[in-house]
Design a protein around this ligand. Structure first.
Ligand SMILES: *[C@@H]1O[C@H](CO)[C@@H](O)[C@H](O)[C@H]1NC(C)=O
Ligand SMILES: *[C@@H]1O[C@H](CO)[C@@H](O)[C@H](O)[C@H]1NC(C)=O
Ligand SMILES: *[C@@H]1O[C@H](CO)[C@@H](O)[C@H](O)[C@H]1NC(C)=O
Ligand SMILES: *[C@@H]1O[C@H](CO)[C@@H](O)[C@H](O)[C@H]1NC(C)=O
Length: 377
């Protein structure tokens, strides 16, 4: 008798598991189905605004010396209506693992909140959604070792799919450690503004000790810091500041914030760190990289492109954004002088090249998906 009831229990358990799995499968909308749904939905932005897309406009006020006509002529990537570029590698990928590689100081804190809250709301309504969890800290130096990268990638693959990784993980090539490539996304910001933000962030009390800053140093303005930096290195008036500063001990401006980061971020852990390597990784593996200067539009694009998207329409992330406190994006920080900005532009010349590439790619993608631009300048 005992045996029979045990057997019965096992059968019931199996039946329940199979039913649950089926209902999960049915609710798990494929990207194609989603795109069909999207086509049927009317855009939340009126057609009047659609004409506001001017690819040739001078978008970047920090960046006036870049010849935008020239930049567009060299941007030859082609995307289809789903916003996917011709260079994007579709084969050998896992669609239910999304990695938000979270380039720092680009409005990422808010974006992480938006993703998490959207997922939480979907869960409350019993809708299928991503599992998320904020990963902090993400290892960095140790990931230069192949076996550490392998372990780390294995760990991420052990998470229950669909999984949305959130954390400051620079590009990690999963193929190189024997996995399929996940779907990468990120968000970047105008390099000077990113650096200004990083500079002030790095001077917050919680980081002072780590950077070993004196009280005076934490209060130092960017203008003073750069004046000291150039003076002490003898680089005043140098044509190529990167060349001049290279290998010099920098005691003024103690902060990791002032260095070029975007190129290394997207080059990843391979031996080659260059703008071209970064571009190539982005081209092949990044589904989309949003731009802080077009924050709302970036959210619409994420909502449209990320498979299988929180099971909602493209405006969902924007709706969540409206309800959370906008604590980091565009926070008012003191702008440095034009002279300091010129110094920064010199130091960040490579980062600007990459940023321009990402910006043009983003604008092209928005055009392909017919997502109008509103918040941009
Ligand atoms: C940089 O930030 C300032 C202040 O928030 C803003 O006025 C400016 O438009 C930003 N520059 C770019 C290129 O977005
Ligand atoms: C920008 O580059 C294009 C193509 O190289 C050139 O024809 C044009 O004169 C340049 N414009 C400016 C303002 O330098
Ligand atoms: C911090 O600064 C003090 C005094 O300038 C110095 O003695 C100490 O070695 C520094 N520590 C680190 C970790 O740089
Ligand atoms: C620049 O450096 C020199 C010598 O180290 C010093 O005498 C001078 O006061 C410095 N100027 C500024 C503006 O820091």
């Amino acid at each position: 008798m005992v045996k029979v009831s045990k057997l019965f229990g096992v059968v019931v358990l199996i039946w329940i598991s199979v039913s649950l799995w089926r209902s999960y499968k049915n609710n798990y909308i494929s990207k194609q189905q989603l795109m069909e749904q999207l086509k049927r939905k009317t855009s939340f932005i009126s057609n009047k605004d659609r004409n506001k897309i001017h690819l040739n406009q001078q978008i970047n006020s920090n960046n006036q010396d870049i010849n935008s006509t020239q930049k567009q002529e060299t941007f030859q990537y082609v995307c289809d209506k789903t916003g996917t570029f011709n260079g994007y590698e579709k084969t050998n990928r896992v669609e239910d693992l999304v990695i938000y590689s979270e380039m720092p100081k680009c409005g990422s804190g808010t974006l992480v909140d938006i993703f998490q809250q959207t997922a939480r709301r979907a869960t409350r309504k019993h809708l299928p959604t991503y599992h998320t969890g904020y990963t902090y800290p993400v290892p960095h130096e140790e990931l230069y070792q192949w076996n550490k990268r392998l372990n780390y990638a294995n760990g991420i693959f052990e998470e229950t799919p669909p999984y949305l990784f959130l954390g400051h993980l620079r590009f990690l090539d999963f193929k190189e450690v024997g996995h399929k490539q996940p779907v990468f996304i990120d968000l970047v910001r105008d390099p000077i503004n990113r650096t200004i933000s990083a500079y002030h962030y790095g001077r917050k009390p919680q980081f002072n000790e780590r950077a070993n800053m004196t009280k005076a140093e934490t209060k130092m303005s960017m203008d003073e810091c750069f004046e000291r930096l150039l003076n002490e290195t003898g680089c005043v008036g140098a044509r190529d500041l990167n060349k001049c500063l290279h290998g010099k001990k920098l005691t003024a401006c103690k902060s990791s914030g002032i260095v070029e980061r975007m190129t290394t971020w997207f080059s990843g852990y391979g031996s080659e760190v260059s703008v071209n390597k970064a571009k190539s990784n982005i081209d092949k593996y990044y589904l989309i990289i949003g731009v802080t200067e077009y924050y709302t539009e970036s959210l619409v694009a994420f909502g449209t492109l990320i498979p299988p998207v929180f099971n909602m329409n493209p405006t969902t992330l924007v709706e969540t954004y409206k309800t959370i406190s906008n604590r980091n994006v565009g926070r008012n920080v003191k702008q440095p002088s034009a002279k300091t900005k010129a110094i920064l532009r010199n130091i960040l010349s490579e980062e600007y090249e990459l940023y321009q590439f990402i910006l043009q790619r983003f604008l092209k993608q928005m055009k392909c998906m017919e997502i109008p631009l509103r918040s941009g300048k």
